[in-house]
Design a protein around this ligand. Structure first.
Ligand code: 3HC
Length: 312
């Protein structure tokens, strides 16, 4: 007689999606809530660095595109919090964990956006890296997460294209504009590689997540895929990737690249990045200032419920 774990793993191996009402190992549920909630927090916090440039966009077209992107990110956060709730997570608790600094979100959002070119580099590299990861997650074993990814990836492609177009405009602009684009690439390249997580040998979750098909590719595999694609995109921009060890390897058919500064990575993950404190402060301020919206929405919902009860 097969155990529940064996039946569960057989479903995973047979590519049967796991749905909210299906039996699942507690550890599967827990790691999904961990990953999906961090993903959702990343979407919400990710709006902050870009929000900084909404009032400074160089023209109306750029402003409209950036506004649309920032609004999309809020929607991505909502889909993902909803996906986490299907696993029994409480959205209020997830929010409290973020606001208190207890919850993780992607390290990348703890870096400053110093010039307009940073908005281009974020779209090109950060959303590009996110797409690399999220296209893979469209095939994740948990149904609601996979379905949320399909919609998110469609919007991320626009985010990446608008960012790359900003970089192309600057790279083909005046020498000062090209220098601004190169400076942004210099500052965002390595933190973008860190987005994929620690190396496979350091990763505490990857092996099990691959077995459960939460992840279809490992951190290093996705990182390598991202480097290979980005090198050619940088060449098209005539910008130089800040890695003297970057070199095409004929044997592996991939680009070899230099060592990642994992001390920097873990320092940022642990809350000591350039903007961690600012991001949390801004997020708490936004939450406090939004209290009236939440209260009004709850009051309206209670009124509607009372009306339905009366009518019943
Ligand atoms: N930033 C912060 N923490 C990170 C991290 C990063 N870039 N990479 C890894 N970590 C943390 C993990 O959360 C884990 O800590 P925990 O066990 O306390 O949660 C620890 O470091 C070890 O890492 P693992 O590789 O073992 O962890 P995972 O198996 O969870 O892999 C991941 C990390 C690849 C980021 C995976 O969680 C994932 O694919 N998440 C979904 C995608 C996501 O969250 N992307 C973030 C960016 S979203 C975004 O960019 C929005 C876009 O619109 C711009």
């Amino acid at each position: 007689m097969r155990t529940q774990e064996e039946i569960f793993q057989a479903k995973i191996d047979a590519e049967i999606k796991i749905e909210p009402k299906d039996w699942m190992p507690e550890k599967y549920r827990k790691t999904l809530i961990r990953q999906i909630s961090q993903h959702a927090h990343s979407e919400i916090v990710g709006m902050l660095p870009e929000g900084n440039w909404l009032t400074r966009a160089p023209n109306l077209r750029r402003k409209v595109a950036l506004l649309a992107k920032v609004q999309d990110e809020a929607g991505h956060g909502l889909y993902l919090y909803s996906a986490a709730e299907t696993l029994g997570a409480e959205r209020d608790q997830l929010t409290r964990d973020l606001l208190s600094g207890k919850a993780k979100y992607s390290s990348i959002f703890n870096y400053p956006t110093l010039t307009w070119a940073d908005i281009g580099a974020i779209g090109w590299l950060v959303d590009g890296a996110a797409i690399m990861n999220q296209v893979m997650l469209c095939r994740t074993s948990y149904g609601p997460y996979a379905r949320a990814m399909v919609r998110i990836c469609k919007e991320e492609s626009f985010h990446q294209r608008q960012g790359y177009e900003i970089m192309l405009t600057l790279a083909n602009g005046t020498p000062e504009q090209k220098e601004m684009a190169q400076d942004a690439l210099n500052r965002w390249w390595w933190p973008s590689l860190m987005m994929f997580g620690p190396s496979d040998k350091e990763s505490t979750n990857t092996a099990q997540s691959v077995k459960w098909k939460i992840k279809r590719k490992t951190n290093d595999e996705l990182r390598q895929q991202f480097v290979d694609i980005s090198v050619e995109q940088a060449e098209f921009l005539d910008l130089k990737i800040p890695d003297p060890q970057l070199k095409w390897n004929k044997k592996t058919n991939h680009y070899d690249f230099g060592p990642i500064d994992w001390d920097e990575f873990w320092s940022v993950v642990k809350g000591n990045g350039p903007c961690n404190k600012q991001r949390l402060k801004d997020r708490n301020k936004a939450y406090d200032e939004g209290t009236w919206v939440r209260e009004a929405a709850m009051a309206y919902a209670e009124k509607q419920d009372a009306k339905k009860e009366k009518a019943a």
